[in-house]
Design a protein around this ligand. Structure first.
Ligand code: ZN
Length: 376
């Protein structure tokens, strides 16, 4: 397994065009409208809130909610359909109606990770590389990922070169995505935006980065990540952009259910604004797919909803959502198996590329997220 990856990596370093030999079928790719893909993750955001909104048992002092009445007013509604809509209006009023959502256990469609660690680096590695490697990827330390990831693959494909970027709250992404080897632009963690030709807005963001109170030394605040990503998109017009948000996980670990909900609600609003922005730009309008997901779940009880990891029951469950011009409006998917490892090939498929041809260990794309797959 390692030998195969090393061979692939060596091959791509010596001869980047080797990756250029693998293409999706030309007819399939030509019929697709989507030329760009934006992938956004909400770290450690549970399926329980995704499909059911705020959970009654956790809107409580014991779950760290400072103002229980205020939180209820804001996020509690009688039915799960109302609750999830008030928490995540873009996901439920737009993506659920015009796209697809995976991971609803009540629809016989629970989605799971394949790695057994149930924490972030193994989760992100699985989703970006297309398979779990329990032995090789077993910590959150900053070690270079030995496996080829889908952003790296796309960054070497004709038409995508230097048009692939990752901007994230957590500072381990340069290692997870192997920035050095992959050549993918990665800006992650609490450091300033690098470069000599910054826009006025980027200069202002760097002042805010310098002056923001650091709550978690290895994380940026999500609001900064969002704005840095938005500015990067406007300035560089990437064809593939990953945006990794992280406060849902941090507030979860901090046992602040109110702030965990608020972080998710703000993340949903960010996605809504970004989608609106994309539809206002000719490079992106009607030719961009959007994918949302998470790296792991969390526990399900008042005691362990804050945690995840190998011993936390239920933290293996994840979810994902897809919206775009080639994605049939199937809404909440039912009777389907989905795994975190399918994200890598899904991202490539959405822009007409075949990640599995370059990385055979990678799982298949999520079923039926692109129309052409229905005909195969
Ligand atoms: Zn965590």
């Amino acid at each position: 397994m390692r030998i195969w990856s090393v061979l692939l990596i060596s091959l791509s370093l010596v001869c980047p065009s080797a990756f250029g030999q693998t293409t999706a079928s030309p007819s399939a790719a030509a019929s697709q409208k989507s030329r760009n893909v934006i992938y956004i993750t909400w770290d450690g955001f549970r399926w329980q809130e995704m499909f059911g909104g705020a959970q009654e048992i956790l809107i409580a002092k014991d779950a760290g909610v400072a103002d229980v009445e205020g939180a209820k007013q804001r996020y509690w509604r009688e039915t799960d359909v109302e609750r999830r809509e008030v928490l995540l209006p873009f996901v439920w009023k737009t993506i659920a109606k015009r796209g697809q959502i995976f991971g609803d256990p009540s629809a016989n469609a629970a989605a799971k990770m394949e790695n057994t660690h149930k924490f972030s680096y193994p989760g992100y590695s699985e989703m970006f590389c297309g398979f779990a490697d329990d032995k090789g990827i077993d910590s959150n330390k900053k070690f270079p990922n030995p496996h080829v990831n889908v952003l790296e693959f796309l960054n070497r494909r004709p038409g995508f070169e230097k048009r692939v970027a990752a901007i994230a709250t957590w500072d381990v992404f340069p290692s997870i995505l192997n920035q050095e080897r992959s050549g993918v632009y990665v800006h992650a963690g609490p450091g300033p935006i690098p470069g000599n030709s910054l826009t006025d807005r980027e200069k202002m963001l760097n002042e805010m980065i310098a002056d923001t109170v650091v709550l978690w030394p290895d994380n940026q605040m999500d609001v900064i990540t969002m704005q840095v990503a938005r500015e990067y998109l406007l300035k560089h017009k990437p064809r593939v952009l990953f945006i990794g948000l992280g406060e849902t996980d941090e507030w979860g670990h901090g046992r602040r259910y109110d702030r965990y909900l608020h972080a998710a609600n703000r993340s949903d609003a960010f996605v809504a604004k970004l989608w609106e922005l994309l539809q206002s730009l000719p490079e992106y309008k009607d030719q961009t797919s959007l994918v949302l997901g998470c790296d792991h779940g969390r526990g399900s009880t008042i005691r362990d909803w804050t945690d995840h990891g190998a011993k936390v029951e239920g933290a293996e469950f994840v979810w994902s959502a897809v919206l775009g011009p080639d994605t049939p409006a199937l809404g909440v998917r039912s009777d389907v198996n989905a795994t975190l490892s399918q994200i890598a090939a899904t991202l490539a498929t959405l822009v007409g590329e075949d990640f599995r041809a370059a990385s055979p260990k990678s799982a298949a794309p999520l079923a039926d997220v692109v129309k052409k797959l229905e005909r195969q």
